[in-house]
Design a protein around this ligand. Sequence first.
Ligand code: PMP
Length: 394
Amino acid sequence: MFELLKEQPKDKILALVQTFREDKRPGKIDLGVGVYKDAEGRTPIMRAVKKAEQLWWNAEETKAYVGLAGDPAFSDAMIDLVLGDAVPRDNVAAVATPGGTGAVRQAFELIQMANPNARVFVSDPTWPNHLSILKHLGMEVVLYRYFDSESGSVDFNGMLEDLGGMRPGDVALLHGCCHNPTGANLTMPEWDAVIALLNDKGAVPMIDIAYQGFGEGLEADAAGTRAVVKGCPEVLIAASCSKNFGIYRERTGILMAVHHDAARKALTQANLAHLNRQNYSFPPDHGARLVTLVLGDATLRADWEAELEAVRQGMLDLRTQLASELQRLSGSDRFGFVAQHRGMFSRLGLSPEKVEELRRDHAIYMIGDSRINIAGLNAQTVPILAKAIVEVGA
Ligand code: PMP
């Protein structure tokens, strides 16, 4: 049987991690994989999370299963964090999932169960895993224009034009904040225009929010999602706790389905629980428990928010430093968008050849589409990167 298996395409980002590890050059710089790193290159366990783990180690009395949807307290805490008071709790069905990826996967499957003819419109570019999961499920994908690589900003007219081709029941996948891989995000008036268009077309928004707190702040990063939830009758939201709680390997995420008609919620909730049952039964509990403890305790929450804010500010400082260093060395404003982008990533708009030259001649690793992880830099390596970019003549 096993000889019948086919080779699968390698995940480019994970392959790059391997090449980086094998590179013996001192001073090599990893701007590849999307994991937050501090100035020393570490991915720390956040203080409040560590404290919650200590508390939970003492308090936990059983490892028995929780429930198919996970602990309702986790859903309550996350719905509050992401949606605030945009919608009453009674209108939201939710299940805990293994990471944001699990939530994305369950959302796509739910769409497929509800409407096998739905097409999913995704931004060009998007997180590659969106595309590969949709392909794996055999779902129809339509790309919509999103990024203008000349200006480094959102091609909003192109986006609206392409979303204008949606049919009733189609789904528009939107990044809640900190767009991956480009770093370019919608303004609030742009969110409002997208909401009006989707309603006009009878299309359903699905929001992937994996970096709340990494862009403009916890509340501001959720503003687009909240506007959609207020403005559209049905919304799917896949949220990840991997980045903003720094609990990547704990696999913690949540899928929410918002209904303006609360009477419809019970059916969706049952379908979400059914999907969990079919795919992995009970979602992981440990990370979800830590998140619930942190969000539910005023002291822990304040400390978590402060640490997250420092992380966010640190990335903003690196953005400003990189943009001004590039300006100084190149004498042009071409890379000014780096300071405007938000979140962990920016797409620099370099050709694949230049990206390869940076790796070969300068030991600087970025994704082939020239996405860099800002958190892979520190105040000392920013000038090295800027110099190398100018040297390769990008
Ligand atoms: N969505 C996007 C856009 C992401 O960048 C990520 C993380 N790479 C995720 C979802 C999910 O991450 P995880 O499964 O690790 O929570």
